[in-house]
Design a protein around this ligand. Structure first.
Ligand code: NAD
Length: 408
């Protein structure tokens, strides 16, 4: 895996240059405010006792309580968690969310654990984290965790404190105070951004290829299909399917529900080449980071790339695409819909006023459009790519909060 922390710092420095960020603030934002590494002892089903390494990185809390997900992966490292906490600071500021950036994780392979071991691990994480609640640090879900894991984390927190506190944990089931529309939020946000950018480029209703058909890619595909776009190719870890006239996305959903994979759908042919190089107007990487690199960037044929995944383009690929006239909607704008609805979730938990799906969708659409247009306007004003502009606008907000607090 590439050095995501180094890539995050590179984006930070480029954005700092746009707004002439004071060197002492840049230095302060180049290290997490607090980084905790701890061990979780776990009793395995066969009686063995194992220790699992865990992290929580709080990047900065000048803009509000630190918030965001908990990642469980076997090859997780501290640099990845630090980088993701910085990304969350930026993403929250891009979307005008009054929150700082946080990220946590456990070095473990959930597939190698039994259901009981997994539950004990997640509960152990929450106990060892010494959670600090809705006004300090709010963990949520990420790769390797889901609503069920968040339910256990909330239950642990409430047992420790002896108080019901739905706003202390995000991404939990609706029955425990979760928000409607949480599962679809990131994909809806990606679709909104893709449509806004496509309209500017006269590509509305154009052809779309999507790498990844998980939580984000599948919802993005369905939403864009409903909005009149032609989804000409979709891939997942099993392979890819394509149709120049546009795939029947609702039928593809039914196929994936039944088989667990996109391959073999309706006799649609697979792809001779990589989906990233497919003939389409809009490319949406929605699977993994660093999938477009110096090796394949020149073969991307799309005019617009919308980053649904985090950091799907390496810095070299980013430059190659920009030099080739490709428009890029960066991850911190395109995929901030999940963070927006997590903020709605905390608001609902604090107020005990739970919204219907229509209200969540309407408010999400407003926030996505505002984030997109603000980044676009900053890009035009400073004559920089949208990624640098989004980071610069976010940094300016964080700087203001730090200055008001007298931290510089
Ligand atoms: P997911 O696990 O639900 O889905 C991932 C998809 O990618 C699956 O369809 C999988 O088969 C596919 N995939 C894996 N390897 C692949 C490969 N080599 N080629 C093609 N497809 C491959 O994950 P998700 O929640 O949809 O997240 C996707 C990306 O979006 C990740 O980078 C994640 O960090 C990012 N993201 C997710 C959210 C969210 O709310 N879930 C928010 C922001 C960013």
């Amino acid at each position: 895996m590439s050095d995501v922390w180094a890539e995050a710092l590179l984006n930070l420095r480029k954005a700092a240059a746009v707004i002439d960020l004071e060197p002492e603030l840049l230095a302060r934002l180049s290290v997490p405010m607090r980084f905790t590494e701890f061990a979780i002892p776990l009793r395995m089903d066969d009686g063995r006792r194992l220790m699992f390494a865990a992290f929580r990185s709080l990047h900065q809390d000048a803009t509000g309580p630190t918030k965001d997900g908990t990642r469980i992966r076997p090859d997780l490292g501290p640099g990845e968690i630090k980088a993701l906490s910085l990304f969350m600071s930026i993403k929250h500021a891009v979307a005008d969310i009054p929150a700082g950036g946080g990220k946590g994780g456990i070095v473990a392979d959930p597939r190698a654990l039994s259901e009981n071991e997994y539950e004990r691990l997640v509960r152990g994480f929450m106990r060892r984290l010494l959670p600090r609640g809705a006004f300090a640090d709010v963990p949520g879900a990420d790769i390797g965790t889901d609503a069920r894991a968040m339910a256990w984390m909330l239950d642990e927190y409430e047992q420790i404190t002896g108080r019901h506190s739905p706003a202390a944990v995000n991404d939990k089931p609706f029955e425990l105070g979760g928000s409607r529309g949480g599962h679809e939020a990131t994909g809806w946000g990606v679709a909104i951004c893709a449509d806004l950018a496509a309209r500017e480029l006269d590509l509305a209703g154009g052809s779309v290829a999507i790498q990844g058909f998980g939580q984000v890619g599948s919802v993005t595909a369905l939403r864009l299909h409903e909005m009149g776009y032609r989804i000409v190719a979709v891939s997942d870890v099993s392979g890819a399917v394509a149709d120049r006239d546009g795939l029947d996305v609702p039928a593809l959903f039914a196929h994936v529900d039944g088989t667990g994979a996109v391959s073999g759908f309706g006799g649609a042919p697979g792809l001779a080449s990589d989906i990233l190089e497919h003939d389409c107007q809009i490319l949406i990487p929605a699977a993994l980071q660093d999938v477009v690199t110096a090796r394949n960037a020149a073969r991307v044929r799309a005019r617009l790339v919308v980053e649904a995944a985090n950091a799907p383009l390496s810095p070299e690929a980013d430059q190659i695409l920009l030099d080739g006239g490709v428009h890029i909607v960066p991850d911190v704008v395109a995929n901030c819909g999940g963070a927006v609805v997590c903020d709605f979730e905390r608001t609902q938990g604090l107020s005990n006023d739970y919204w219907d799906l229509a209200k969540v969708r309407e408010r999400l659409a407003g926030r996505m459009e505002a984030a997109f247009l603000a980044a676009r306007e900053t890009a035009s004003r400073h004559g920089v790519p949208m990624r640098q502009a989004a980071w610069a606008k976010a940094l300016a907000r964080i700087r203001s909060a730090m200055l008001w607090r007298g931290w510089a």
